[in-house]
Design a protein around this ligand. Structure first.
Ligand code: PHE
Length: 475
């Protein structure tokens, strides 16, 4: 049972938008959009956002507020045997955090190098020790914010960081209007092509991008929901969070694509986009340094508030389960995440930590980054709707209830399996456009199948329990 609360609705919204808007909106959105043919991709993207992500957001927030607890306790309060699923979700989140912080460190490194005017090429930057140093700095910063608590740390940070992110995005997008490639960029971004809707690859990329970008289905929104007051309308809040998240992504597109087209660069870029392609353009711009500082500054702020939300999921679980205080729990988890992130941090550095010829960071991204998201989302949707049916949650979902019950679990299972079996394009990862490992796919597909079987078996034996519990709100 948690006692902490957001100070206001605005504080809650800024924190949740902060959790959602991150590297995914600014860097990944443009990469995925570029790789999937621009505006063609927008239709499945918007559909996935409003039909799938919004209902799941409402579910998570409502479960958080109904149970007023962390994600592990939430699972275990449905049934003790589900506790392990809760830890699985937390484990996935912390592993994502371990390499998300490495990437956030790169962003901070680029921000500082443009600030001091000594920008180095990406390959030179990553091959030295500096990225490891920046990884340490951002890890300590994230831990420092979370250790100060919900109001004093997370909400206070969000109130500074999020308005800055949006202000910088709007200013940069306005500046981008003056670029010769602006018209071409707008056409590229907003010309829908309904024929791609028949392509499963585009759908899986869109669903993947939406879930990644909104941080939904990871227990983050459940945790943040547990700090809200009664009476807050989660449907309206979820719409607002989704619209803000999409707006951030589109604004970022309206900054990035005019630059890409005006400087004759390639729109179909992957990881390279933020760190190699755009800097090429910044160098030749009149006020390139200012633009670069604004761009990396907003990217850093956006990433930091997402990293904080990832850590908070673990800290909330640790403080409830071990009864150690927030300060200690944060210190311990931050240290753990740091250790887990060292191989990723070293993979591009001079140590060149490779496994099977690939940087560890890419491997973690391909495994955890790819599968933790849909699997966690699936577990949350199934356990909190099929196994437990809390009246308050049901009421909050209203007409969205059938979507969460009948549409979201099969879609998540399908997209995950399709991805694992290699029939869909990379859908969930941050570093897209890398060759994938066939064997890994088979192993993961096997693991997911076993998980589904285990879950089905557990659910079967608990069905009668669940039916009785229906309508009651367990503590
Ligand atoms: N949503 C965040 C982003 O867009 C990152 C994130 C992904 C957070 C997955 C949690 C889970 O960058």
């Amino acid at each position: 049972m948690t006692a902490e609360r957001w100070s206001s609705r605005v504080g809650f919204l800024l924190a949740t938008v902060g959790a959602a808007v991150g590297l995914g909106n600014i860097w990944r959105f443009s990469s995925v959009l570029g790789a999937n043919g621009g505006g063609a991709y927008l239709v499945p993207y918007l559909l996935a956002a409003f039909a799938l992500a919004v209902p799941l957001l409402v579910l998570e927030l409502a479960v958080g507020r109904t149970l007023r607890t962390d994600v592990v306790s939430a699972f275990s309060s449905v049934d003790r045997s589900y506790t392990a699923f809760g830890w699985l979700v937390v484990g996935g989140v912390l592993l994502i955090l371990s390499y998300y912080l490495v990437l956030t460190g790169w962003v901070l490194g680029f921000l500082i190098s443009w600030l001091v005017g000594s920008q180095t090429p990406f390959s030179t930057f990553t091959s030295g020790w500096l990225p490891v140093g920046y990884f340490v700095v951002v890890t300590i910063l994230t831990g420092g914010i979370v250790s100060r608590g919900v109001r004093g740390g997370i909400e206070r940070m969000a109130k500074v960081v999020m308005p800055t992110v949006f202000a910088l995005l709007v200013l940069l997008a306005l500046y981008a209007v003056t670029f010769p490639g602006w018209g071409e960029a707008v056409t590229f971004l907003f010309t829908p092509d309904l024929s791609v809707l028949a392509e499963p690859g585009v759908w899986s990329a869109a669903v993947g991008q939406v879930f990644f970008s909104l941080s939904v289905g990871q227990g983050i929104m459940l945790t943040y929901g547990s700090y809200t007051d009664e009476g807050m309308d989660f449907f309206r809040s979820s719409l607002l969070i989704t619209v803000a998240d999409i707006a951030a992504a589109l604004l970022a597109g309206l900054v990035i694509f005019p630059i890409v087209f005006s400087f004759g660069l390639e729109p179909t870029l992957g990881t390279e986009l933020a760190f190699t392609t755009l800097p090429t353009a910044f160098v030749s711009m009149a006020v390139g340094r200012v633009v670069a500082v604004a761009f990396f500054g907003l990217l850093f702020f956006a990433a930091l508030s997402s990293a904080v939300s990832l850590l908070e999921v673990g800290v909330a679980a640790a403080t409830t389960w071990t009864r150690i205080d927030r300060m200690r729990a944060t210190a311990l988890l931050t240290a753990g995440v740091f250790v887990a992130g060292i191989p990723s941090a070293l993979s591009y550095s001079s140590v060149r930590l490779l496994v099977a010829g690939r940087p560890v960071l890419d491997i973690v991204d391909e495994s955890v980054g790819t599968y933790a998201l849909p699997v966690s989302g699936f577990l949350i949707a199934v356990v909190f709707v099929w196994a437990a049916d809390f009246e308050a949650v049901h009421e909050e979902l209203g007409r969205l209830y059938p979507l969460v019950k009948y549409v979201i679990p099969p879609v998540l299972a399908l997209v995950t399996l399709a991805r694992a079996l290699g029939v869909a394009r990379p859908a969930w990862r941050l570093l897209i456009d890398q060759p994938r490992d066939g064997l890994l796919g088979v192993v993961v597909a096997g693991l997911i199948l076993s998980l589904l079987v285990a879950l089905g078996w557990l659910l079967r034996s608990k069905l009668s329990d669940a039916a009785r519990r229906c309508g009651r709100q367990p503590r």
